[in-house]
Design a protein. Structure first.
Length: 253
């Protein structure tokens, strides 16, 4: 885990119309680490995740104030190109969502959008991305076949490979294992450990045990507030806040 701060959030507030959904959130997210956001349903953790690549821009009636700094640059500055931002800050969703096209074309889609046409270069990107998502050996003989024919766990790793293909710096994962079986979940968790060597990984999870297994830092959210944030081992060893303790004992789970 690097000591460098990759993402710095300062006094972030988010409103859906009159609803104050995120309340004065501040945190420093370290480079080359896995940071987990955890808390009960509706507490704001997925909403907060989407502020980190401005996915909430796509929702009506959203207002955001405060700062989100990526390598010191405010991503909410009016001059920021959101297409370029989302290339740097990739996203993997809760449900696997491969495009209805071949495995190869799923992975090559992003690089093609960003202007890469050379087949040799695309072949290299596809292979490296599939290897990065630990699925190349499983699909190398069926790259021209539809990604829709894969299992749910394989589809999710294809979606991770698709995100890696545009060479992001940060990878956001919104409950990436909640729709998967235990074996596929274990593979994704192992993959997170490898991914942090090259990327900054931020994952939303409902699963307390998963947070302890995969993350270096954990943030607890409750009713739109971040109630605790710090080193995962320390947080789970020494609950410092009564609200956090209530969640750990299942009162809010």
């Amino acid at each position: 885990m690097s000591n460098k701060i990759k993402v710095k959030v300062e006094n972030l507030n988010l409103y859906y119309g009159e609803n104050h959904a995120l309340k004065d959130v501040s945190m420093d997210i370290q480079e080359n680490a896995v940071t987990a956001f955890i808390g009960p349903s509706g507490c704001g953790k997925s909403t907060f995740l989407k502020t980190l690549n401005r996915m909430n821009d796509l929702v009506d009636c959203v207002r955001i104030d405060g700062k989100v700094l990526l390598d010191g640059e405010d991503i909410y500055d009016p001059g920021v190109d959101t297409t370029n931002l989302r290339k740097k800050v990739g996203m993997v969703f809760q449900q696997p969502n491969p495009f209805p096209m071949s495995i190869y074309d799923n992975i090559a889609y992003g690089p093609r959008v960003h202007g890469i046409r050379d087949k040799k270069k695309l072949d290299q990107i596809v292979e490296e991305s599939l290897r990065g998502a630990a699925i190349f050996d499983e699909v190398k003989d069926r790259l021209k076949k539809s990604a829709m024919g894969l299992s749910g766990g394989q589809q999710q790793r294809i979606c991770i490979a698709r995100a890696l293909a545009v060479q992001p710096e940060v990878l956001l994962m919104d409950e990436p294992t909640s729709a998967l079986d235990p074996i596929s979940t274990a593979k994704i968790e192992e993959l997170m450990e490898d991914l942090k060597k090259k990327y900054t990984v931020i994952v939303v999870t409902h699963n307390m045990q998963q947070a302890t297994r995969v993350s270096d830092q954990t943030a607890f959210f409750l009713v739109g507030e971040m109630v605790e944030f710090g080193d995962t081992k320390q947080i789970f060893s020494y609950p410092q806040d009564k609200r956090t303790e209530d969640y750990i004992t299942g009162r809010f789970g």
